[in-house]
Design a protein around this ligand. Structure first.
Ligand code: NDP
Ligand code: X2W
Length: 336
């Protein structure tokens, strides 16, 4: 028998990717897809690739979600808490927004502003012990997109004691869908194409999330907007705590992700490509040690709408519902 699920904010990019994945899921049945300004419109008017689902956007209100056993929230920051409070305690929720990710209310206020809604179980199954917590949780806060790319690269190195948690530098590029579907002046196609530019430099909201998830204390993070629809490539460098070579760093990552279905440490010499993770729940990692500075370098690639948002949310929902973790998901990207 199927499990009834609803997608709130289904007219957005993350919500649309959720519908695409759920539409092909072996157990989850979509019983509602809600929108705000697009309520009442057919789903294909926003997401033409989803026409065969035959869905119409319902208004975002609790009544529309009454038949769902599990609800995915894909709303702008600050909009999840009020709706979540109106849903029965028996309804499982995965929130793709940031509202419930941070445990420190002061950091929430500093980076997001407004009132801290609370803290839910963090939805990154590959962190040590986290998979078991997600299995037992009714409320899960899915990761930020840059946060998952960076955390997968960094967390094992800090946990193993080979990287100095006080000296981490991250430079990460994201495709434009990471900014959401609502038209923003800096995302005009004519201006984004053929351009690379930094934004939120020195003050990105994923810094406290990455520090919370990895144990990093000193973290410089620079995001770059890249002229592609999807994908994140994060370059993480850290000062080693002692003598370590490329093989040693690779061994730490390989041990951390041994048996993980979605995280691959690439064969030696191969470096991650965002395009190789397109449309999938994959994360690809590679590492070395800089021959000049001696810093550890790890690169990671994900699809920001996949492992960075919707596919990871489905992975968490699978765990919460006692399903095979990989149900309805793939680690194989689309290419070319
Ligand atoms: N894009 C990404 O790569 C990632 C996104 N996320 C998070 O997922 C969430 C959704 O992001 P994304 O899909 O990119 O955003 P979009 O802007 O593409 O979509 C936002 C959705 O929320 C709806 N919405 C907007 N305002 C309101 C409101 N006041 N009340 C109720 N619904 C509203 C929109 O409806 P309508 O358009 O019909 O008005 C739309 O369905 C965000 O919290 C984001 O941070 C997390 C990781 C990665
Ligand atoms: C390109 C771009 O603008 N990306 C967004 C990513 C936001 C995101 O997806 O993460 P949250 O859920 O934490 O907002 C940004 O840098 O703010």
């Amino acid at each position: 028998m199927g499990i009834a699920v609803a997608v709130v904010g289904a007219s957005g990019y993350a919500g649309g990717e959720l519908l695409r994945l759920l539409g092909a899921h072996p157990t989850f049945d979509i019983v509602a897809a809600t929108a705000h300004r697009n309520a009442g419109a057919p789903v294909h008017s926003v997401h033409p690739h989803l026409v065969s689902l035959g869905l119409t956007f319902a208004p975002t209100e609790p009544a529309a979600l009454a038949g769902a056993d599990l609800v995915f929230l894909a709303l702008p920051h600050g909009e999840s808490a009020a709706l979540a409070a109106q849903l029965p305690a028996t309804t499982r929720i995965v929130d793709l927004g940031a509202d419930f990710r941070l445990s420190d209310a002061a950091l929430w206020a500093r980076y997001y502003g407004g009132t801290h809604a609370g803290t839910w179980t963090y939805g990154l199954p590959e962190l040590p012990g986290q998979r078991e917590l997600i299995k037992q949780a009714d409320r899960v806060a899915n990761t930020g997109c840059y946060a998952v790319a960076t955390t997968l690269a960094l967390a094992p190195l800090i946990a193993a004691g080979v990287a100095d948690p006080d000296d981490v530098v991250v430079v990460a590029s994201s495709g434009t869908s990471g900014a959401g579907r609502n038209l923003k002046a800096h995302l005009l196609a004519t201006e984004v194409m053929g351009d690379l530019s930094g934004y939120k430099v020195g003050a990105h909201q994923h810094v406290p999330e990455i520090k919370q998830a990895t144990g990093a204390r000193g973290l410089s993070f620079t995001p770059i907007l890249a002229p592609m629809p999807r994908g994140i490539l994060a370059t993480v460098t850290a000062r080693p705590t002692g003598d370590i070579d490329a093989a040693g760093v690779r061994a730490v990552l390989a041990a951390a992700y041994d048996g993980e279905p979605f995280v691959t440490v690439l064969p030696e010499g191969a470096w991650p490509h965002t395009a190789a993770t397109y449309g999938s729940n994959a994360a690809h990692l590679q590492a070395t040690v800089d021959i000049d500075s001696g810093r550890i370098i790890v690169q990671s690639a994900i699809d920001n709408l996949g492992k960075g948002a919707a596919a990871q949310a489905v992975q968490c929902a699978n765990l919460m519902c006692g399903l095979p973790e990989t149900a309805g998901l793939s680690a194989l990207g689309v290419a070319p």
